[in-house]
Design a protein around this ligand. Structure first.
Ligand SMILES: Nc1ncnc2c1ncn2[C@@H]1O[C@H](COP(=O)(O)OP(=O)(O)OP(=O)(O)O)[C@@H](O)[C@H]1O
Ligand SMILES: [Mg+2]
Length: 143
């Protein structure tokens, strides 16, 4: 990937920063040739990823979240990283309806992220943290 531009955001895992992160990423992505609908998809995916760090990675504790966005000529790539509790089984966590907080959550965030983005990869280590990478292709021309 030949990176044309990038931005790095780091913030504490406060729930109000979910809105900040998704808006900041949307503004960055709006430099590119995405439709408003695609920008909306990116916002939802970032919200879900950052919410997961706030809710699951750190729980009642606080920690930092790092969001890096970069783009090449044909792809926007976003990574969302935490140093929280980690995910023991990524395949199971990605199943529709699987959640470790069934009283409150739907277990659909990771499913939405897979649907809205073109490529998703999750790396995680229990007790160390999680890094979610998601990418969306930039349409070359809409004519
Ligand atoms: N960053 C993370 N750190 C630790 N665990 C995570 C992280 N992201 C996801 N998980 C685990 O994966 C499960 C599934 O995540 P997913 O976003 O699909 O559902 P959810 O957050 O439980 O519910 P919803 O997103 O519908 O509110 C979570 O319940 C949690 O156990
Ligand atoms: Mg979630």
């Amino acid at each position: 990937m030949e990176v044309k531009n990038w931005v790095r955001l780091e913030f504490p895992s406060e729930s109000e920063n979910v809105l900040f992160a998704r808006t900041a990423v949307a503004v960055f992505a709006s430099q590119l040739d995405f439709t408003l609908e695609e920008i909306e998809d990116i916002k939802v995916a970032v919200s879900e990823a950052v919410s997961n760090c706030v809710i699951h990675a750190y729980g009642d504790c606080s920690g930092n979240i790092v969001v890096i966005c970069k783009y090449s000529i044909d792809e926007l790539e976003i990574t969302v990283e935490d140093n929280g509790c980690g995910i023991p089984d990524i395949v199971q966590a990605s199943e529709a309806g699987y959640t470790t907080i069934p009283e409150e959550r739907m277990g659909l965030g990771l499913v939405f992220i897979h649907e809205l983005m073109d490529h998703v990869a999750i790396a995680s280590e229990v007790g160390k943290g999680t890094k979610l990478l998601m990418a969306k292709r930039i349409p070359r021309s809409r004519e």
